[in-house]
Design a protein around this ligand. Structure first.
Ligand code: ATP
Ligand code: MG
Length: 454
């Protein structure tokens, strides 16, 4: 529970604030003077201090603020300033206060600001607990990810999320948005890989009627729709070069110009981008603009593949087990040691998504109240055993590789093979251990046509 200290000379103000905050589940103490507040801070660690700036005799609100910022675990500070003295509030923010509230205050404003001030701190506490908005992990690598998320959600800076398919990039984007001050505004996801290149620009920036054939009415772009919120550009590596130019202007000047219109509008949107391709390589190949890459790469969050953080596997496996077991009302109690060993040893090319699918399948299949080795997919059961892996065979359904093929050709052929035998793209993606959008991209890249997979 978050601990709050209220500092105000006026007994009535203290009583009201105390009542509001206690009623909303906070632990609250109060002090009637700056000196008393400073003495209390020395003996107790608070998460938040709310102080009037004018405290009469003794230490002022500024001194309370300064002392707060000197503590080993400095609390956030919200200052109270009488109505019409916003300048004073701004001065306090410059001196390190989180925000200010004007007197007389409104209950919902107080609660909103208190909640905002405490968010970053709670995130830090959660990362100690191996979880942040559904993102699970306890390895140092994931701790680092949690710390970065905690840092960037206090700011508006552009974030680039990197990692193989299925490592949790989308979850990270959501966590950043949900913990930022924009969380009451929309988070709009744009999957660049799923939008044809010639439509990307209009999707993001909008167009006016008649701007091109098919533009039969005005359309607002996503960047404008998300005003005040966050736009998550997934698979940014798939963005067309012409859209990249416009995006750069947006990042530089906040400028959004609809196709067919000269006058730009200015919007306030935070960008989060993600990719599972090597953008530096794309820059070298001239498929991605260098200037845009630098603009996006202000803060990069790298999600390591699951095989490089195997100690997270038991935590994740049990988390998914609990979830699916509840959902399917199966009352499964755990994972047998054999099965867990297999889970730990497997390489997880599809990362957390593949693990999640394996556990879901196991929950469906198991007949006991434990997940046993035989409930796991064969490739997990047999691990890296070469015997099983080549020649990639399955009963009555063999995929043969001629040995004069390049790796690209093998990948293409294998995707076609899976598309032929699966009923939906979803299923094919799952069997391939990749995301649906990654599958789409590959289909596009390899020029796989519907005829081929009939
Ligand atoms: N650390 C994690 N804790 C809990 N669940 C996770 C974690 N990482 C990923 N997942 C789960 O794995 C699945 C894939 O995650 P997500 O969609 O975020 O991956 P991605 O990196 O965006 O993949 P892709 O590049 O294929 O789009 C989701 O169901 C997500 O909930
Ligand atoms: Mg994704």
């Amino acid at each position: 529970m978050s601990k709050i200290l209220i500092v105000d000379e006026d007994q009535a103000v203290r009583a009201i604030l105390k009542a509001i905050l206690k009623h909303n589940g906070y632990e609250v103490e109060d002090a009637a003077s700056g000196d008393e507040a400073i003495a209390r801070m020395k003996g107790m660690s608070y998460d938040l201090v709310i102080t009037d700036l004018r405290l009469g005799r003794g230490s002022s609100g500024y001194e309370v603020l300064r002392e707060a910022k000197r503590r080993p675990f400095p609390p956030e500070v919200i200052v109270i300033s009488a109505c019409g003295t916003a300048d004073e509030g701004v001065r306090a923010i410059k001196a390190g206060a989180f925000d200010f509230i004007g007197k007389p205050f409104k209950e919902d404003e107080v609660l909103r600001k208190v909640e905002e001030a405490l968010i970053g701190r709670n995130a830090i506490a959660w990362s100690g607990g191996h979880e942040l908005n559904g993102l699970i992990g306890r390895t140092p690598a994931m701790k680092e990810v949690f710390d970065l998320i905690t840092q960037v959600c206090k700011t508006d800076c552009t974030v680039l999320i990197l990692g193989e398919s299925g490592t949790g990039k989308e979850l990270v984007a959501r966590a950043i948005h949900k913990n930022s001050k924009r969380r009451h505004m929309p988070l709009i996801t744009v999957n660049c890989g799923a939008i044809p290149e010639n439509l990307q620009e209009s999707e993001l920036f909008g167009h006016v009627k008649g701007a091109f054939t098919g533009a039969d009415r005005d359309k607002m772009g996503i960047l404008q729709e998300a005003n005040g919120g966050t736009v998550f550009l997934d698979e940014i590596g798939e963005m067309s070069l012409s859209t990249q130019v416009k995006l750069l202007r947006f990042l530089q000047y906040g400028e959004v110009r609809r196709i067919g219109e000269n006058r730009p509008v200015y919007v306030d949107v935070r960008l989060i981008a993600a990719t599972n391709v090597d953008l530096e390589e794309a820059v070298e190949n001239k498929a991605f603009r260098k200037d845009l890459y630098y603009r996006l790469n202000v803060v990069a969050i790298y999600l390591p593949p699951l095989r490089d953080r195997r100690e997270d596997i038991p935590l994740l496996a049990n988390h998914f087990l609990k979830r699916f077991s509840q959902k399917m009302e199966k009352g499964i109690n755990g994972i047998s040691p054999d099965a867990m060993t297999a889970l730990m040893n497997y390489d997880w090319p599809g990362n957390v998504r593949e693990l999640e699918n394996a556990i879901e399948r196991a929950v469906v299949l198991t007949r006991s109240d434990f997940i046993e080795l035989e409930d796991l997919p064969p490739k997990v059961r047999y691990g890296s055993s070469d015997l099983y892996r080549s020649p990639l065979s399955r009963k009555g359904d063999t995929f043969r590789i001629k040995d004069d093929l390049t790796l690209r050709e093998v990948e293409r052929a294998y995707i076609v093979h899976k598309l032929k035998r699966c009923k939906t793209y979803e299923e094919a993606a799952r069997e391939l251990g990749i995301g649906r959008s990654t599958l789409w991209r590959k289909i596009k890249r390899y020029g796989i046509t519907p005829d081929e997979v009939m």
